[in-house]
Design a protein around this ligand. Structure first.
Ligand code: BGC
Length: 713
């Protein structure tokens, strides 16, 4: 801390308050050039690689502070290895797919602001968040960290998360660039992805986060794309990111994701990070110094990397009015609550059991997930949550005054991410004694709330799930409890799609929650009580069967001989199910409310548009039920009679609106005609086809309420 403050003070003394100059890019670049001229080659090289698990060197004599970082994305990670802190607890924020389920960019912004403020309180300059790789294969162990299966939804959320973080003068590090879509062999797999799929599916959210969100840093992924490691991928880093998109910040490697000094240096990587020393042996340490001295890497390349890092530093720790930050405040808890309460998805409410009526006098809360916390667990980044309200605690707080609440564990989650398969064997076997206990309890209560799903051990960085099946023998518990209590509510807490065919068939009430942060239990209980009307929508498709999903149907996941070809091309997520007419279990964008919404009068401001036009779309949405509520209005577009292969429809805009009973919201959204383009692989450019387009206003990707058309001439 003292070191950090001293470094900042020296820098301010030497270079003055640069906040004004920051506005002037040219002046800042000139300032950076002056600094670079003062630096020795050794000092420059020291800035290009880690000097601890989460930092790289500054230049003390010039007042350049080191670049400290921390994970993301669930909150500011606890200190590991370097310090023995006891004051490193933080707000645990809802996971990526929960944020995506809000379909509300304002929530992503709230998330970002909390992360930024807490990062400042912990003196972190770079937050390794947000993470928004596309959910390609539902088994991916990090699906819970990522957002959705749709590039547009991801992009809109990523822009706001980045803006939120950076509003606090903390750099966002968007990750993992690119296509880190599986954990199986993540550090050795080569992914063959055609350029159209890359441009239309895997890159747009990164582009949006850079060009619209102005992300200061980006993390290169572990995997190879089209034959080259992402940390030395000339196409991705130099050509697309830096040249085409004009990225001015720094490319940081994933931890231990560098393979070659010269290739990485020339092909766009700026900082090498990793987990352990000796740091001077790393590719971007002594070997890079030697390569420069031997003339294999020019000093111009080194200067460019240093320039980028200094640019990041001058927008963050040396920005002149760098805020102090705050950690785990009540306001941060409220933000976590707001996000969680908009993320919960009501999947089924056939008998209108929800919201629970006030005559409910006894509740059996059943399931390990009712008492489990999700801030930590598994391999990879978590948060030492300052506090975390479990489902049981939330239900007790919200219903304890009016109902007698009892708990039974129902199942045990004997599974650890770091265990071998042998050690984890048998974890899916039902525990009959716990089931019997749960059944005896459920027989005696008005309502049973079953809290099942997965946890942070079962869904984890470093491995993918093997099946979509619910773990820990949960189905047997569900069946047994449902058989004795007709008012059974299934609450599933997980971050990725699961096989819930049986539950969908046999249960009338299903609620989906997530690894929903510090306030998860309160938000859930408020949804059950009707204080919150659920408004979350699924950010990914739930397949009926695993083999319905594109990568698995085409046998292109997880690959063979460390190679996988993305045979589905652009048909990822609902684009695949819709185009191939495969009925999903729950479709992209699905989620119920305690009220209903009627869509009318979809219109566009014109019938004919030119390439540079904006299409102004309006649709009326009336709340026809008796609860106030929020609806996510989704706009999908389809090219009629396209001359090229295209998906059945693509999400092009969405808006979350709030209405009260009987009221009609007039919902306006804009679509740029240029955003209707497809990427022409042979001409290597974006092309907007002339002709007719169908535009659909929808409550989910399969629930199209209004259709109209327009033309591009
Ligand atoms: C993960 C990154 C993370 C880094 C540092 C890697 O294993 O892939 O997402 O930021 O570790 O913890």
């Amino acid at each position: 801390m003292i070191k950090y403050i001293t470094a900042c003070a020296v820098a301010l003394f030497l270079f003055g308050n640069v906040s004004a100059q920051n506005k002037n890019e040219t002046a800042l670049q000139a300032k950076i050039s002056t600094i670079i001229k003062k630096m020795t080659l050794e000092e420059k090289i020291a800035m290009l690689h880690g000097n601890s698990l989460f930092s790289s060197a500054g230049v003390k004599r010039l007042g350049i502070p080191e670049l400290s970082s921390d994970d993301g994305p669930l909150g500011v990670r606890e200190e590991i290895k370097r310090f023995d802190w006891t004051t490193d607890s933080a707000t645990f924020l809802p996971n990526g797919s929960a944020i995506a389920a809000t379909w509300n960019p304002a929530m992503a912004n709230k998330y970002g602001i909390v992360i930024g403020q807490e990062a400042n309180a912990r003196n972190k300059v770079v937050m390794l968040a947000p993470a928004f790789n596309i959910c390609r294969a539902p088994l991916n162990g990090r699906t819970y960290e990522y957002y959705s299966e749709d590039p547009y939804l991801n992009g809109q959320l990523a822009i706001q998360a980045v803006e939120g973080i950076q509003s606090q003068h903390v750099a966002a590090c968007i990750k993992h660039f690119a296509a880190n879509n599986q954990e199986v062999n993540r550090s050795s797999i080569n992914e063959e992805i055609d350029e159209r799929a890359l441009r239309e599916i895997y890159l747009p959210a990164f582009k949006a986060a850079i060009q619209q969100g102005n992300a200061y840093t980006i993390m290169s992924a572990y995997n190879k794309v089209n034959g080259y490691w992402c940390s030395e991928n000339d196409f991705l880093l130099n050509k697309v990111l830096k040249k085409e998109w004009g990225f001015k910040g720094a490319v940081i490697s994933d931890w231990g994701g560098v393979h070659n000094t010269i290739a990485a240096a020339k092909n766009g990587l700026d900082i090498e990070m990793g987990s352990s020393g000796p740091y001077d042996q790393w590719y971007f340490a002594n070997p890079l110094l030697a390569a420069v001295k031997a003339g294999q890497v020019s000093e111009k390349i080194i200067n460019d990397k240093v320039r980028r890092i200094l640019w990041v530093i001058y927008h963050t720790s040396l920005s002149g009015h760098h805020p102090e930050g705050s950690i785990a405040t009540a306001a941060h808890g409220k933000a976590a609550y707001d996000i969680a309460s908009e993320s919960i998805v009501l999947l089924k409410n056939d008998v209108h059991l929800l919201p629970l009526k006030s005559n409910v006098k006894s509740i059996a809360v059943i399931g390990d997930n009712a008492i489990r916390t999700f801030g930590l667990g598994g391999y990879g980044a978590g948060v030492k949550a300052k506090y975390e309200i479990t489902a049981l605690a939330g239900i007790r707080a919200r219903f304890g005054q009016t109902a007698n609440i009892k708990f039974a564990q129902g199942y045990k989650a004997n599974y650890l991410a770091n265990n071998t398969d042998e050690q984890n064997a048998g974890s899916d076997k039902p525990n009959q004694a716990l089931i019997d206990e749960a059944v005896s309890l459920a027989k005696t209560t008005d309502v049973a709330i079953l809290c099942i799903g997965s946890n942070r051990e079962y869904e984890s960085e470093g491995h993918d799930r093997k099946t979509l099946a619910l773990p820990f023998g949960e189905q047997a518990l569900v069946d047994a409890v449902t058989a004795v209590n007709p008012n059974t509510i299934i609450v599933i807490m997980a971050g990725a799609p699961y096989d819930i065919n049986e539950i969908k068939k046999s249960n009338h009430t299903i609620v989906w929650s997530w690894f929903n942060g510090s306030e998860a239990g309160d938000a859930l209980a408020d949804v059950l009580k009707g204080v919150i009307n659920p408004s979350g929508k699924m950010p990914f498709t739930f397949p009926v069967s695993l083999n319905d999903s594109p990568a698995l149907a085409l046998n292109s996941y997880p690959g063979e001989n460390l190679n996988t070809t993305y045979k589905e091309g652009i048909l990822v997520g609902y684009r695949w199910y819709d185009t191939k007419n495969i009925e999903p279990l729950y479709c992209f964008g699905y989620g119920l409310s305690y009220t209903n919404f009627a869509y009318t009068n979809l219109s566009t401001d014109k019938k004919n548009y030119k390439l540079n036009d904006k299409i102004a779309v309006v649709v009326k949405v009336k709340n026809t039920g008796s609860f106030s509520g929020k609806e996510v209005v989704q706009l999908y577009v389809k090219k009629v009679n396209s001359s090229v292969f295209r998906a059945e429809k693509e999400l092009k805009a969405f808006k979350k609106i709030a209405t009260t009973p009987g009221k009609t919201a007039v919902v306006s959204m804009n679509i740029n005609v240029s955003d209707l383009a497809y990427f022409d692989d042979t001409q290597k450019k974006w092309v907007v086809e002339p002709g007719e387009y169908k535009i659909m206003a929808a409550s989910s990707s399969k629930d199209i309420r209004q259709v109209t058309s327009f033309y591009v001439r």
